[in-house]
Design a protein around this ligand. Structure first.
Ligand SMILES: Nc1ncnc2c1ncn2[C@@H]1O[C@H](COP(=O)(O)OP(=O)(O)OP(=O)(O)O)[C@@H](O)[C@H]1O
Ligand SMILES: [Mg+2]
Length: 297
């Protein structure tokens, strides 16, 4: 399993990740969701021992990643599909990985088949690969050591619809066989169908986490509509509640119904509608959680 405990990272005076804690259990796929710049890659790099945290710690299978002997046999990692030597062929990349990890070379062909990289494509230099082909190669590399944990940063980026479906199936099977998967995306749609749990990060902080059902019933996202939208916005602001216009005359508010109701009453604003943002499903909730003021410093 993967565990992050109070992970924090500061770059100069920019807090990229702040007090991030979550667990990924065997047999599950965790979707790590957040908009661009939210801190997903930084968190994943800290989990993999590539970026030293300024606070907190992370373990994979109970120990810090750096303490795992021959980590590729336990943890498959794909953090940046573009980080490949452009002059090597796909087959060379995978053969080197197999040798490095000490697995039989026969696995190279099998992994190519698993990720849908044709023998013809595997003979081409990686420099000429499309982004989707690089992602497939990176996933083959991550799977080479037959790991029980997978950590993938935006693996669906660049994949076509068929590729996204293929990856979903692969990750689901991996988890169903007892594996642990942490996969990030800035698009809810990419992970919604495959993830058992979600960790939502915004502005470096965890905005919410849980199963889909837990997220949809959790307080934190309300939609409020007032007779006088400007007066309502002012009332919410004065009450210190983050409100975002939803483009249809209402506001998405990160607060409970009681907080919104009290704020409106105090300002004498007539509420026409007040409901959980989850009426619009996970997508609306995701937007509510990740929009609004994101103090990055
Ligand atoms: N090496 C670095 N030096 C300085 N700042 C950094 C560095 N790496 C990341 N950051 C900053 O940390 C914040 C989080 O970046 P990060 O790459 O973790 O976000 P992300 O969620 O992966 O975004 P994306 O969806 O765009 O990949 C950003 O404000 C970014 O500018
Ligand atoms: Mg990133």
């Amino acid at each position: 399993m993967i565990e992050a405990i109070g992970l924090s990272k500061r770059y100069g005076d920019v807090p990229a990740v702040r007090d991030v804690s979550f667990r990924c259990e065997p047999g599950t796929v965790t979707g790590f969701l957040g908009p661009n710049g939210a801190g997903k890659s930084t968190t994943m790099r800290m989990i993999c021992g590539l970026t030293p945290p300024t606070g907190g710690a992370a373990t994979v299978k109970g120990v810090p990643y750096r303490r795992i002997a021959n980590p590729g046999r336990h943890v498959g990692v794909l953090l940046d599909a573009a980080a490949q030597h452009p002059g090597r062929t796909g087959r060379e990349v995978l053969t080197l990985t197999a040798d490095l990890l000490g697995v039989e070379r026969a696995r190279v062909g099998r992994m190519m088949e698993t990720v849908g990289l044709s023998p013809k494509a595997a003979r081409r230099r990686v420099g000429g690969y499309s982004l989707g082909m690089r992602q497939r190669l990176g996933i083959a590399q991550a799977l080479m050591g037959d790991p029980s944990v997978l950590i993938l940063d935006e693996p669906a980026n660049g994949l076509d619809p068929e590729g996204i479906f293929w990856m979903r199936t692969l990750l689901r099977d991996f988890a169903d066989r007892g594996g642990t998967v942490l996969l990030s995306s800035h698009l809810l749609r990419e992970v919604e169908a495959v993830a058992d749990r979600f960790v939502v990060i915004a502005g470096g902080r965890i905005a919410a986490q849980g199963t889909k059902a837990e997220l949809l019933t959790a307080p934190g996202g309300m939609v409020a509509r007032g007779l006088d939208p400007e007066a309502l916005e002012g009332a919410l602001r004065r009450a210190g509640l983050a409100a975002e216009p939803d483009g249809a005359g209402a506001f998405a508010v990160r607060a409970t119904a009681e907080q919104v109701g009290r704020a409106a009453a105090e300002a004498g604003v007539v509420l026409l509608e007040l409901r959980q943002a989850s009426g619009g499903g996970l997508e609306e909730l995701f937007m509510t959680l990740t929009s609004g003021p994101q103090e990055t410093r």
